[in-house]
Design a protein around this ligand. Structure first.
Ligand code: LRH
Length: 473
């Protein structure tokens, strides 16, 4: 994406888009990280044809990482967080550090894919033994582009090795779980320089140097939250919808209570001392995997048919890790409906409706729980990310939450990314509220008023036994 940021402009132009196709090897599910890097180089080349680049910034999904050897070479293709190698690992970690203490120290949700569990799972592997450095995915790309190594803070906060109170590594957690913090490169803050494109990169991309690379909020969700177009002082919840739905509040300090742990809320770090207090919900992954199972039909007509389908006939728990791994999604949804004594959705439109109703229900529960657990109430729900384009999902979320939903921008991560770069280079020291005001002034937004009552949604939650806050380990 090429971003143009001026006093009254904030514009993205898509320079290049490429697929991100995980590859299953006998050894597990991997990212094709060289293929992705080739896509980044193609993107830079295409971007250079559109504009002179003042800065480059990289964000990606969280938790995953590459291992480098003593020469700085990548030891293997990074493992995908949807791989099953961490099965049974959290239980081993908890023998040394019980879940309540782990949460009190890191504030991180329990997810089997947290970097901590991945590193413990790999403990006896030849690769980890040979590794001299762990670089999170955006930091790995930054390293290849610039030759410099760092660990960006917002993404580091998803490792389960950061203390959200000190916004620094938790030596205690690392020592007690046997993780070597020396493997991580020094922490870097969004907005700080990360070097400039190497001569070989300039040559490969036909760019003219120097091109600075700027550390952004490199966790895609952190960048997306930067671009939530809330007004200063507004009481808002946000839902970043894409492959995942990340639903919660922006706070200025973490909530580390036992109730919060049991509700599986996470305290990830955001720009400028903020905390992203949120819950991970399976998100549009459920729909993407159904479409994949059906041979990738056009989603438009299916969503149209889903809008006309019977509402709330069957719902599934969109927070259930049973939906994490790829494959056979329509069958797994049918099985979940059967297991909860609900009708199995028949036909594609009914399945899509079940997915969207289930997501809206999970959004409602997350927004409600976040308010209760943090003691902060909200007047509006802001939906950003790809799901902001899904009118049915936005309308259902407004209905389920009983609150107005303001949807947009869809490309929130890219906007948050370029805004942090622009602030760093403009030297204006603009506040987060100021960055958001730019988004609000320049990006088209849609508003959805809630319809009906939230009673039907509560009843649907009860069908899943979700009347109460779910209890995580
Ligand atoms: C979304 C995301 C999310 C993480 C998950 C692994 O892309 O970064 O915030 O929990 O990927």
């Amino acid at each position: 994406m090429v971003g143009r940021v001026g006093p009254d402009t904030l514009r993205l132009t898509e320079a290049h888009r490429f697929p991100n196709r995980p590859v299953r090897l006998p050894s597990g599910l991997h990212w094709d990280v060289l293929g992705l890097y080739a896509g980044v180089l193609d993107g830079l080349r295409a971007a250079g044809r559109l504009a002179r680049l003042d800065s480059v910034g990289i964000d990606s999904w969280a938790v995953d990482h590459g291992l480098l050897d003593a020469d700085g070479a990548l030891l293997a293709n990074p493992v995908h967080y949807r791989d099953t190698r961490t099965e049974g690992v959290p239980e081993r970690v908890w023998e040394r550090l019980p879940p309540p203490e782990l949460y009190a120290r890191t504030g991180l949700q329990h997810a089997p894919f947290n970097t901590l569990y991945q590193l413990v799972a790999a403990r006896h592997s030849a690769q980890l033994r040979a590794a001299k450095q762990v670089l999170l995915i955006p930091d790995l790309f930054t390293y290849w582009l610039t030759g410099t190594r760092g660990t960006e803070l917002t993404n580091a906060s998803t490792t389960q090795l950061i203390d959200p109170r000190t916004r620094s590594w938790s030596r205690e957690v690392a020592d007690r779980t046997g993780v070597d913090l020396g493997l991580f490169a020094p922490l870097r803050l969004p907005g700080t320089p990360a070097g400039s494109l190497l001569p070989a990169v300039l040559e490969e991309t036909a760019l003219t140097g120097p091109v600075p690379v700027t550390t952004v909020a490199s966790h895609d969700t952190a960048s997306a939250v930067v671009a939530v177009p809330a007004a200063a002082g507004e009481r808002f919840a946000y839902i970043c919808t894409g492959t995942w739905s990340l639903a919660g509040l922006e706070l200025d300090s973490p909530v580390l209570t036992e109730a919060s742990r049991r509700a599986n809320f996470t305290n990830e770090l955001g720009l400028d001392s903020t905390v992203r207090y949120l819950r991970n919900i399976m998100g549009l992954w459920l729909l993407q995997e159904c479409l994949r199972a059906w041979g990738e039909p056009d989603a438009g007509p299916l969503l149209g048919a889903a809008a006309a389908a019977e509402p709330l006939r069957s719902v599934v728990d969109a927070g259930d890790p049973a939906f994490l791994a790829p494959g056979r999604m329509p069958d797994r949804i049918a099985a979940a409906c059967r297991a909860t004594g609900q009708p199995v959705p028949e036909g594609r439109a009914a399945i899509v409706r079940c997915v969207l109703d289930s997501l809206a229900l999970a959004h409602h529960r997350a927004v409600e729980d976040a308010q209760r657990l943090s003691g902060r109430s909200v007047d509006v729900v802001r939906i950003v990310g790809g799901g902001a384009r899904n009118a049915l999902l936005c309308r259902l979320t407004a209905d389920a939450c009983g609150l107005p939903v303001v949807a947009g921008p869809a490309e929130a991560s890219a906007l948050g990314n370029v805004l942090v770069q622009a602030r760093a280079h403009g030297g204006t020291g603009e506040s987060l509220a100021g960055l958001r005001a730019r988004v609000a002034r320049t990006q088209p937004l849609s508003r959805y008023e809630p319809g009906g009552t939230t009673r039907a949604w509560r009843a649907a939650g009860q069908r899943l036994g979700l009347g109460q806050t779910p209890v995580a380990v």
